[in-house]
Design a protein around this ligand. Structure first.
Ligand code: ADP
Ligand code: MG
Length: 329
């Protein structure tokens, strides 16, 4: 396929002390298409970060309409899945332990994925990790490890097997009192994927949605093999695959600016469910997978398990690409 004459390069993200950045190099529209497709771009803040939509559409009006629908979908899902909003469906669910609670199709879908990925990652990804996240936030503020008794109490309320999802009856059950669900490691990817679906429903399938370093790509731009995403510091396989991303997704986790150092050890904001404490180690993991929820959650799990886990995870998630790197300070 012919190379585009010129490229538009834009830093999608340069974060975490410049440890990681993603560049999107989108090609020019092909002249061979029957219907001219122009590139359109929209940004709005959701989930605490700028969400960017890039799309090819025949005119500005249809592009705007599609973007509006996608952002509305994102906002609606954020309302359901937020652990910060006291009235979110997720929070209300946690207030009804030990009984089957009917849930929305969206919450059912994301919780079902979360439990499935928790099982396949041996619990490294755990959507019930909320009490430990809360304790760890306190520890980070205080600059010391959580009290042993408090840690033990929190751990009694954590464990993905305490969360049951009944897909047929569309209901969910939390097995013990005072559980806290936290979808921080999967919701972003899930929601970006849903945004892409909303764009499709508006007739726009050549699109990319990106937020906080997670990228969900639809069909390739006109005349291109795929969206050209550059992941700074990535290995050859990730680099090659990200260069021609279409109908696929990328997520990153690890070595963030959200670390804390206690007694000379650096801990991340991601919890290792095996210890109940923040993950140690400075690796960054990039995952390329078929959908946003999967990439996001497995990136979190791989960050917990470390580089030694790559082979095991690749075996359990066929077609997935995992790349670990240790950023240069
Ligand atoms: P980012 O913060 O860059 O989106 P992740 O996708 O790895 O990074 O998500 C981290 C978030 O996931 C945490 O802020 C917390 O809300 C939640 N979390 C922490 N530890 C775990 C875990 N072991 N499994 C699932 N979710 C987790
Ligand atoms: Mg994640």
């Amino acid at each position: 396929m012919a190379k585009p004459d010129s490229r538009i390069s834009r830093a999608l993200r340069s974060v975490r002390h410049s440890l990681f950045s993603v560049l999107l190099l989108a090609g020019c529209p092909s002249l061979t298409r029957a219907v001219a497709q122009d590139r359109h771009e929209f940004t709005a803040v959701h989930m605490g970060v700028p969400v960017r939509i890039v799309m090819y559409a025949p005119d500005t009006a249809s592009a705007r309409g599609a973007a509006r629908a996608a952002f509305a979908r994102i906002a609606a899902l954020e309302n359901i899945m937020s652990d910060y909003r006291p009235r979110s469906e997720l929070r209300l669910l946690a207030e009804q332990p030990r009984e089957w609670v009917p849930v929305s199709p969206e919450l059912l879908a994301v919780l079902n994925r979360a439990v499935e990925i928790a099982r396949l990652t041996g619990g490294a990804f755990d959507p019930t990790v909320g009490p430990l996240v809360a304790l760890w936030r306190e520890a980070r503020r205080a600059g010391r490890l959580p009290d042993k008794a408090a840690l033990a109490r929190a751990r009694e309320r954590v464990g993905w097997m305490l969360l049951s999802v009944d897909v047929e009856r569309r209901q969910v059950r939390l097995a013990v009192d005072s559980m806290q669900l936290d979808l921080g490691g999967i919701a972003k990817g899930f929601i970006l994927q849903e945004a892409l679906t909303a764009l499709r429903a508006h007739g726009v399938s050549t699109a990319l949605v990106e937020a906080g370093g997670d990228v969900v790509a639809g069909d390739a731009p006109p005349g291109q093999l795929g969206w050209e995403i550059e992941v700074a510091g990535a290995d050859d396989e990730v680099t090659a695959r990200a260069r021609i991303l279409s109908n696929s997704t990328i997520a990153t986790s690890g070595a963030t600016e959200q670390f804390v150092e206690i007694d000379g050890v650096r801990y991340s904001h991601v919890i290792d469910p095996r210890t109940g404490l923040g993950v140690t180690g400075s690796h960054v993991v990039t995952v390329i997978a078929s959908d946003g929820a999967l990439a996001d959650a497995v990136a979190t799990a791989a960050g917990v398990l470390g580089p030694g886990s790559a082979a095991m995870l690749s075996g359990r998630f066929p077609g997935m690409v995992l790349g670990f790197r240790v950023p240069v300070p």
